[in-house]
Design a protein around this ligand. Sequence first.
Ligand SMILES: *Cc1c(COP(=O)(O)O)cnc(C)c1O
Length: 374
Amino acid sequence: MEKDNLITVTSPLLPDPDELNTLLREIWASKWITNNGQFHQQLETELCRYLKVPYISLFTNGTLPLLTALQALRISGEVITTPYSFVATTHSIWWNGLKPVFVDIDPTNCGIDPDKIEAAITPRTTAILPVHCYGKPCDGKRIQQIADKYGLKVIYDAAHAFGVEQDGQSILNWGDMSTLSFHATKVFNTAEGGALIIHDEATKKRIDYLKNFGFESETEVVAPGINGKMDEIRSAIGLINLRHVDQAIHARQQAALRYREALRPVKGIHFFDDMPGVRHNYSYFPIFVDAEQYGMTRDQLYEKLRNHNIYSRRYFYPLISSFDTYKALPSAAPDNLPNATRIANQVICLPMHHQLSDSDLDRIINLIAQPHTT
Ligand SMILES: *Cc1c(COP(=O)(O)O)cnc(C)c1O
């Protein structure tokens, strides 16, 4: 029997090769391929406008801005964070020689639960590192109130939240800094890439030094910086992709609407609806499988989809707190993280990208809507 065509969980937004070629010829002619070149500067300007943020600093991936933000804000001691994320969130704390402290999530948005933050604060706590999981805004107001009360910094891992707005304002302006990832799997990509969102000019300057080894001038190094610079080729990819990202988000929204309409009657399958006042980016489409109601476990459904050549992903399973590096931390105990533990065992992120056809979506939906078939 012929196998149905492969449906992947994601598919990168790709620049038209001819358009890219035009920009590559400009780069070649200038012989300036990295170090704050023309396209790097242009992409920063255009992203500030698109994202409605005052300052941005481009990086070579989405992990280095996390590391650099913690450095720049001189975070020490303990950092409160979520176990329900991509592992880079906690790794960035570790790489700074800091101690991650895991706090459980709120099941209504999969972000850190503000009600549980205060109990995790100790005299050594200096920062909170929340994640806008799936691009759903955290409870930013409550998090900021707690941060202000205890004098803590807030750094948002906004890797999923490109272009997300609440009440007409970019959520990337929340906290002290926010980080973005432009990895190929994200809504907007530069193949590999990332950025830090910054609120003032002096900090922007400092971040630009830090991502270039700390060089302030040819002969002065002001801090132990790192090499996090985005090059001209990837900046060019970003400039082209930025022109098509609204269209891609629109296509994702259409897919999300179709999933929701078709899956709403299916017993035991739960998912998120849009939040009022939020401009979503539809970066992921997580469903949560209640095995008892649905009649099949999450992993059985995951395998069934795979057998039909449909590749979903279990984001985020396993929890970061269950990896060897972190599992001995007292805050990593599953008893401390009941919501995250439950949700990590229920979640499947269905295929979600700008090129899903109606027949792709029907194939996925039909398999999920019939839990008793293999
Ligand atoms: C993708 C991602 C990162 C890391 O970004 P890279 O560009 O892959 O380094 C960090 N945090 C979260 C939540 C992510 O999804």
